[in-house]
Design a binder for this molecule. Sequence first.
Ligand code: ADE
Ligand code: ZN
Length: 365
Amino acid sequence: MPDPGMIVKSRTAGRGRIARNDPDDPTVRASIEMIDVLALPKTELHLHIEGTLEPELMFALATRHGIALPYADVDAARRAYVFDDLQSFLDLYYAGCSVLRDAEDFYDLTRAYFDRAAADGVRHTEIFFDPQTHTDRGVPFAALMDGLTSGLGDGGQALGMTSRLIMCFLRHLSADAAMVTLEASLPFRDSIVAVGLDSSEAGHPPSKFTAVFDRARAEGFLAVAHAGEEGPPEYIREAVDRLGVARIDHGVRILEDPDLVERFVAEQIPLTVCPLSNVKLRVVPTLADHPLKRMLEAGLRVTINSDDPAYFGGYIGENYAASVAALGLSDDQVLTLARNSVLASFLDTRDQQRHLAAIDEFDAS
Ligand code: ADE
Ligand code: ZN
């Protein structure tokens, strides 16, 4: 008997669809057609490059630099990836970054992510990096930028993907430290499209960074910020009103504030939601409880992303597939999510039109 819900590649499915066994009647093979979420052309907008460090590469880099890791092997590392909340993840995640020492390491990290993203149908990606995590350990800013930009260039060329870099400030550190980082980034201004804000949210409201974001926008950077992941809806409002952000990263707590929802719907301010991350960090108890579908139904410009896929058990394809399965998203909702990501991206209008046309073509094929 075929497995319930097993995905079966079918020549008859067509229209960007694949056939799947009926989970309610596993004797009926390939009776349901669903959208092929892996083949769907995708844009990823919320991805920490440091969060793509798979244990295999972590061990390879540790060997390269003669560093001892706190795990016996790759499997032991994966077994340790069980988290109570955002902070328990961040502690382990920053420790993992200790193997990233020079430009070659950042190059290898970026190329590995590109290979993985391309396999998931990603055509355009906007990537976060946290300079302070590295410069505070003595990695030169120039080495970091050299590795990242060469990786993006070579990976993009090899795989036909485009990308942008977003430099995040660590919100658990001071606003002065963020300003120093902003100043250090200015020689690389042309390689960075936007600034962002990440790390421990509770107790570090966006308003702490108003002066830094004012300066960044004056220098021509666009802005985004993590808000409403663990923090309250008020942090989402502050990020928009005080930091001038173009989109909110996570923002899943927005549904607690109907006035804010109304405003986000009216202004179509995008939210980069990361479903598997929210389950792993216990923002929601299970994926079936995730507010993604309710956010879509409210008319919010929601997108699906992977956040830190090496730690959260799935790249963007798995985030789409698991959300479809757990929440029963319709094909139209899946296509809306993919289109939302294009519209929320920092691509210019012509490139956005090209990506939207690819989604239309996929839907019609
Ligand atoms: N840095 C990496 N992943 C993060 C997340 N989910 N929230 C805040 N900061 C992060
Ligand atoms: Zn994030």
